[in-house]
Design a protein around this ligand. Structure first.
Ligand code: PGD
Length: 769
């Protein structure tokens, strides 16, 4: 394929070439990528889709009544304004909030994946802008790894990143003979990485490992978490019970004297307390396989034989990120480290522990050395912050205290919410509660290319250009290439890039020289590239000039070696290469965590039964998994995403026994209910899921049957209408959206049409406003 196939650009799910012909967009995979993602199929249908926001819009009620709390968000109509009016409205409102309440009253956490591109990265843009006007309340951590990113530094030290220090796939392929994969190794998640992938390599690396004869035991409630291949076995488990199985495996290893006491005594701290807990000396409960069988549903005999096999193999214990997105989510990664430590293979090639394999496309691949080109965000002088998934708590409880990682903090009183590049009505749990919370601030501003539910719940909607409508530098930490993202087409209607919007707004607020520094998009690309190039040159890496790079289309990046073994140096020489934990060792018991006194996250990995397990009213456990046919909620209207729907609705995977018991036939519309809310979905029956469990992917756009009712069912199948809005524990306060107890029944009423991708009602601005 040549450049004649169209202009090249890049996305979180791969590089591509695109050509416009009339109103149509034709997309072909980039020739660099031998294994392009089917998600590219969503691009064409999203182009020129009616769901595009084409003009600046303001909610009618906000214009009429002025700023203030309002439950009309999400049901009111919009009026179109022109850009000068929009800029003036935004500038006046920002000045009012800052003058009356201070900058902490602006919540600018603005979590979200946005789109690929180092310069136009929406969060960098909005944070840089808000910093130039005095700062904002920020959010910390992510929805992806909210629990791990807080617990792992206590266990492995500050510098052991959950992703960047991991053992390479190539090392696993060469040395590992057995992988015990809690949460599996789902290939669907390997298509995406933030910033983009020019070459999809993870699946090939996994295939190599399978072809080499590594045996893989996938512990998961769904068989679809298993990669294909001989040597792959499915071990069905009750959702959210993996820690009990890990403890029982450790019990077998310890009581069979298959544990590595030398490793535990010289590389770890706190093993004695953990052992006493596992053996039942502290609480009188032996964490043996019979105990675990009652919790996990995995036969005691299978747990015993798995433990023996682990000891006889070079064994890698892997845990997906999804497992820590649940109540007590700190425990699965910590317990897996403990299990791998008991086995004593941490730091050996192919043995030990890994986190996130199968959770994203670049985990286990060599990382780019040094920093990537980055838009400087400036300094934020505001101290206030929230753990990212505590947004509704913050908006509903201004001034209330919250616990986090050993400290006690207070929620600020938010008057203005500013979002750019994220979709909380996709990513946050308990949408009914989120709607109540989003009614609380005076003003909600959202920059969006599309009429997502987040845009529909805003007061001020700023139309954003997509990555096809701007030029940028595409790169990600796990990809060996910096790619020129060339503008494919002009923005439609009255649409601008976020950079243009913020530049003009900064001018109106007299801080333009600090925000844009007078530079155009192209001048910024050149500047970011050349700054990065000169930094690379001082590290001994020679790169072409910006013009050379731009005309060549891409440049190969120096990467870390492909033979990384996690914790190798430490395990080889713990005295001279200690971990940055208080003990310098792996903390199987953490005195620090223990000192916090949290009963929902004690000092060593523990089995903590969920407070919200199945009940008579909600006997099934729903898994809210990452979708296979789109990235999060992005381009849900595209062909690949739509091809997965059942009569336009999100598919619900269900075991035939559970379906028959409820009179549900394949393809029928069902109503899913939980304590939090309800939604419709289309039934798909399969024995690939454990009885008692159902699976619904995240990302179907929220589409309430009655927009005036915050508790109205979503007719499209947005899973976060069902999920609980609780933190993982007081330690991390991470999101717990992965699991929720539900009931499913046939939808007996007239099936409503799905309107998720239609724009809201809007009109011209009447003279009275
Ligand atoms: P996206 O759908 O990627 O979801 O949550 P996230 O908010 O990242 O939203 C990005 C939005 O940015 C899209 O609406 C897109 O249109 C917009 N956008 C793209 N480009 C631009 C741009 O240039 N400018 C502007 N202004 N906007 C742009 C993802 C989050 O969901 C994540 S990371 C995880 S891991 C979570 N997973 C779960 C889960 O497992 N279970 C549940 N129940 N819930 C989850 N939510 C979380």
């Amino acid at each position: 394929m040549t450049a004649g196939a169209g202009r090249q650009s890049s996305s979180h799910w791969g590089a591509f070439r695109a050509r416009i012909s009339g109103d149509d967009l034709a997309v072909t995979p980039h020739e660099l990528d031998a294994r392009p993602s089917p998600l590219l199929g969503n691009l064409s249908g999203a182009h020129n889709h009616p769901a595009r926001v084409l003009q600046p819009m303001v909610r009618r009620g906000w214009l009429a009544d002025g700023p203030g709390p309002s439950s009309a968000r999400g049901q009111d109509e919009f009026v179109r304004v022109d850009w000068p009016d929009l800029t003036a409205i935004l500038a006046t409102e920002l000045e009012r909030v800052i003058t009356e309440y201070g900058n902490a009253a602006i919540f600018g956490g603005s979590y979200g994946w946005g789109s690929a591109g180092r310069f136009h990265h929406p969060q960098s843009q909005v944070h840089r802008f808000l910093n130039t006007i005095g700062g904002f309340t920020r959010s910390v951590n992510t929805y992806s790894t909210g629990a791990s990113s807080v617990i792992l530094p206590h266990v492995l030290g500050q510098d052991v990143a959950a992703v960047h220090g991991l053992t390479s796939w190539s090392v696993l392929a060469e040395h590992t003979t057995m992988i015990l994969a809690f949460g599996g190794l789902p290939v669907k998640n390997m298509q995406v990485a933030p910033g983009g992938i020019t070459r999809h390599r993870s699946e090939a690396a996994l295939r190599q490992l399978i072809d080499n004869g590594t045996s893989i035991v996938v512990v998961s409630p769904v068989r679809t978490d298993c990669p294909d291949g001989r040597g792959v076995r499915w071990c069905p488990i009750n959702p959210g019970t993996d820690v009990a199985m890990m403890l029982a495996l450790a019990w077998v290893l310890i009581t069979s004297h298959l544990h590595d006491t030398e490793f535990l005594n010289t590389r770890c701290t706190g093993y004695g307390q953990l052992e006493a807990y596992i053996l039942g000396h502290t609480d009188g409960v032996r964490k043996d396989p019979a105990w675990a069988e009652g919790i996990t549903g995995v036969a005691a005999g299978d747990i015993c034989s798995l433990a023996t096999q682990m000891a006889a193999n070079r064994t890698f214990v892997s845990v997906t990120w999804s497992l820590q997105r649940a109540e007590h989510g700190e425990q699965p990664p910590w317990a897996a480290i403990a299990l791998a430590a008991v086995l004593g293979q941490i730091g050996t090639p192919g043995g030990g522990f890994g986190h996130g394999y199968g959770s994203m496309g670049d985990v286990g691949l060599p990382k780019v050395s040094g920093q990537l080109p980055t838009l400087p965000q400036g300094d934020n002088p505001v101290d206030a912050f929230i753990p990212v998934a505590r947004i509704s708590d913050m908006l509903l409880n201004p001034g209330a205290p919250f616990a986090y990682n050993g400290g006690t903090y207070r929620y600020p009183h938010t008057r203005l919410v500013y979002w750019c590049g994220g979709n909380p009505f996709h990513h946050h749990q308990d949408i009914g509660r989120l709607r109540r919370a989003m009614a609380a601030p005076d003003t909600v501003v959202v920059h969006e290319p599309y009429w997502t539910a987040t845009a529909r719940h805003a007061d001020i909607v700023v139309p954003s250009a997509t990555f096809l409508e701007r030029s940028d530098l595409g790169a990600s930490r796990g990809d060996p290439c910096l790619i020129a993202m060339r503008q494919v087409c002009d923005p439609p209607g009255d649409v601008r890039t976020d950079y243009e919007t913020f530049s003009e707004l900064a001018d109106a607020l007299d801080v333009g020289s600090f925000f844009s520094e007078g530079d155009s998009e192209h001048a910024w690309l050149r500047r970011l590239y050349e700054t990065w190039r000169s930094r690379s040159s001082s590290d001994g890496v020679d790169l072409p000039s910006f013009d050379g790079f731009w005309s060549a289309g891409h440049v190969e990046l120096p990467s870390a070696p492909n033979d990384q073994v996690m914790l190798y140096d430490f395990v080889q020489d713990p005295e001279n290469a200690p971990l940055r934990t208080p003990s310098g060792r792996i903390e199987l018991t953490s005195a620090t965590v223990s000192s916090f006194g949290y009963d929902d996250c004690p000092g060593h990995p523990s089995w903590l039964p969920p407070a919200a397990g199945p009940t008579d009213a909600h006997p099934l456990t729903l898994l809210a998994s990452q979708p296979a046919h789109r990235l999060h909620s992005q381009l849900d209207m595209g062909a690949t995403s739509q091809s997965s729907k059942i009569h336009g609705r999100e598919p619900l995977l269900m075991h035939p026994d559970d379906a028959v018991a409820r009179g549900i036939a394949p393809g029928r519309v069902v109503l899913i209910t939980s304590e939090q809310g309800s939604c419709l979905a289309g039934a798909v029956l399969s024995s690939d899921i454990k009885p008692g469990c159902v699976q619904l992917a995240t990302g179907a756009w929220y589409d309430p049957l009655d927009p005036r009712d915050v508790d109205s069912p979503c007719r499209h199948g947005n899973v976060n209408t069902l999920t609980r809005d609780r933190g993982t524990s007081r330690l991390a306060q991470g999101c717990t959206g992965q699991l929720v107890s539900v009931e499913v029944r046939l939808y007996q009423e007239r099936v409503p049409a799905v309107h998720a991708h239609r724009p809201p009602p809007w009109g011209a601005r009447p003279p009275s406003l």
